[in-house]
Design a protein around this ligand. Structure first.
Ligand SMILES: Nc1nc2c(ncn2[C@@H]2O[C@H](COP(=O)(O)OP(=O)(O)OP(=O)(O)O)[C@@H](O)[C@H]2O)c(=O)[nH]1
Ligand SMILES: [Mg+2]
Length: 209
């Protein structure tokens, strides 16, 4: 997100993200999805990339969403209501190899069918670990979203640990050119160092306005 935001936009987004953000429900089956009555965004990505940590950092909280060193912490689609403005969905990681094959298939099916079919979903944020870059499962998701015409953006996480961020960004931007539903810019963030959060907050509010 390399749009230039005005000081007012940054401040207004900061206020919204400093206000209430309530856990609504965890969804393990698509029949349980809440009414699509507000704009929605989702944090998707491989296990352990830092989806739940980023949500906590954006909302200035330590444990709104549960995080863990062990991949596979988040096991449902967890819906949060941000001040009645929008819903944020913290998703289980995809492609997680250490659960049984059938569980992994179930999670991946849940994640993919939700992402493909949610009418109020404004944008999917695909989180990529700065240390690891794009993996096949990420590209697979991007292709699926291209086909379903669901807009998405790439967010780099753990920027405090990544080396060669500029090269990685350039490299991913080249790949994005071949993906019609992808936003061309990439935002680098660190939940631990609280970097890149202001622009991301402003971007989310802009998308959901
Ligand atoms: N260095 C660093 N570590 C981070 C950052 N964000 C998250 N982590 C660590 O990465 C690990 C995974 O974080 P989570 O937020 O649980 O990741 P997740 O993507 O929600 O994982 P699943 O729910 O299992 O898919 C934890 O040990 C976090 O402390 C960051 O900005 N910098
Ligand atoms: Mg998680």
């Amino acid at each position: 997100m390399s749009e230039e935001f005005t000081a007012e936009q940054i401040e207004s987004a900061r206020k919204i993200f400093s206000g209430p953000c309530d856990f609504m429900l965890g969804v393990a089956d698509l029949v349980q999805l809440p009414e699509p009555d507000k704009p929605e965004i989702a944090f998707a990505g491989r296990s352990n990339v830092g989806k739940s940590s980023l949500l906590n950092a954006l909302t200035h909280r330590k444990d709104l969403a549960r995080t863990s060193n062990t991949p596979g912490r988040t096991q449902q689609l967890n819906f949060f209501n941000l001040g009645n403005h929008l819903y944020i969905v913290d998703m289980p990681g995809y492609g997680y190899a250490k659960v049984s094959k059938s569980t992994r298939k179930e999670w991946d099916a849940l994640i993919f069918s939700y992402l493909r079919g949610r009418p109020n979903l404004r944008c999917v944020f695909i989180l990529i670990d700065s240390r690891h870059g794009l993996k096949e499962s990420d590209t697979h998701l991007m292709e699926m979203l291209d086909k379903a015409a669901v807009p998405y953006r790439i967010i780099l996480t753990k920027a405090d640990k990544g080396k060669g961020l500029d090269a990685l960004t350039e490299n991913i931007q080249t790949v994005l050119k071949k993906h019609p539903a992808a936003y061309p810019q990439i935002q680098a963030t660190s939940a631990h160092k609280k970097e890149g959060l202001e622009d991301l907050r402003a971007g989310i509010i802009q998308i959901c306005s």
